[in-house]
Design a protein around this ligand. Structure first.
Ligand SMILES: NC(=O)c1ccc[n+]([C@@H]2O[C@H](COP(=O)([O-])OP(=O)(O)OC[C@H]3O[C@@H](n4cnc5c(N)ncnc54)[C@H](O)[C@@H]3O)[C@@H](O)[C@H]2O)c1
Length: 331
């Protein structure tokens, strides 16, 4: 029987995999993949991972039988694709499980920041019903800059339209028909930064998009801009974000993802980091203390509907690969 090992697999997910991948030897491990537990997958042909499971060269060295990696996520920047290619390991993702799901979280964060929802609730829980300092701003009539008009970005643009916002967008591969249908306009990055009251990021992380929000770009932004990031932490230079908040250029942020989110979650990870990354974690801790900043724990995908779609896609990714018709292959 082909052995398939899934890391960060909740018991209900492992049950779903076992029920739907009959004929495979399925093992679900609730922990995150690491050098200390990769041995549990040493005979595996299939490896299941999520965004926090870093599939590095060192990890791959321990998996000599591996043929297929299925990531239960859209993003795949946690997998060393070059190394996989060298070893002829196929990598498949779940490309379209939650475009509305993630866009809904982006809207939720935008509203939570602009209407100071968290601070309001914290107050009333303490019996304090004062409105002092809780004045917000409308979304209607404001300009929103959307970076990335792929599956999630498009949904976000739809929601922006429903709120009667003016939408400016930036994408390496613009889709004019979508822009017409959803009433948004593609502009240069500079124009987007100059004119947006709010900015929402929906780009994949890669070399080109690394720190697309940097100090140089923050300087171009409108005073009081609100930045929402539900895509990837490394799209934003954390130092530049803190600087922008300090200078009052950035009025608030809603972040579902952080630059060093694995390390900030686990103290043991922090000790393994070099000085530069430790500095980023320190900066992230400063962000967490700032009332203008709302951080959620990479939770945008986390709805019952999206998780069910992920499991269905993952099962199909494995089945199709073994039928010789690999689907959702990332390169
Ligand atoms: N927080 C979460 O839980 C969560 C869940 C799912 C996805 N995500 C993130 O959201 C990202 C976007 O997802 P998606 O499904 O919309 O992806 P997608 O591939 O459908 O869309 C990405 C868009 O970015 C554009 N793009 C790519 N490289 C670019 C570049 N260098 N410059 C400008 N534009 C570029 C593409 O043309 C495309 O339109 C994912 O890559 C993932 O990192 C986060």
């Amino acid at each position: 029987m082909k052995k398939a090992v899934f890391y960060e697999s909740e018991p209900w997910e492992t049950k779903h995999l076992k029920e739907n991948l009959k004929g495979y030897d399925i093992k679900g491990i609730e922990q995150r993949l690491s050098l200390s537990n990769v041995g549990k997958a040493k005979d595996a042909e299939v490896l299941g991972v999520f965004v926090w499971d870093k599939v590095t060269k060192k990890i791959l060295d321990k998996l000599p039988k591996l043929k297929l990696i299925v990531t239960t996520s859209t993003g795949f920047d946690h997998i060393d694709l070059k190394e996989c290619k060298k070893r002829k390991i196929t990598v498949c993702n779940a490309p379209s499980y939650g475009e509305n799901t993630v866009a809904e979280q982006a809207v939720a964060l935008l509203l939570a920041v602009t209407r100071k929802i968290v601070e309001s609730v914290e107050r009333t829980r303490k019996g304090n019903f004062s409105l002092k300092g809780l004045m917000g701003v409308d979304l209607k009539g404001k300009t929103i800059g959307v970076l990335g008009t792929g599956k999630i970005g498009k949904y976000f643009c739809k929601y922006a339209k429903a709120f009667e916002m003016k939408t400016l967008a930036y994408d390496k591969y613009p889709c004019k028909a979508t822009a017409k249908k959803l009433c948004f306009k593609y502009v240069s990055l500079n124009k987007l930064f100059r004119e947006s009251d709010f900015i929402s990021l929906h780009l994949p992380y890669c070399k080109e998009t690394h720190h697309i929000i940097n100090k140089k770009n923050v300087k171009k932004m409108k005073k009081g801009v609100v930045i929402i990031n539900t895509a990837r932490g490394k799209l934003i230079d954390t130092e530049a974000l803190l600087w922008g908040l300090k200078k009052g250029i950035i009025g608030g942020c809603g972040l579902d993802v952080l630059e060093e989110e694995t390390a900030i979650k686990e103290e043991s990870e922090l000790l393994k980091l070099g000085k530069a990354k430790q500095r980023i974690v320190k900066e992230e801790r400063q962000l967490l203390k700032d009332k203008r900043v709302l951080v959620t724990p990479h939770n945008a995908f986390n709805t019952i509907e999206a998780l069910t779609r992920i499991m269905e896609t993952t099962v199909e990714n494995v089945k199709q690969y073994y039928k010789g018709k690999a689907q959702n292959v990332v390169k």
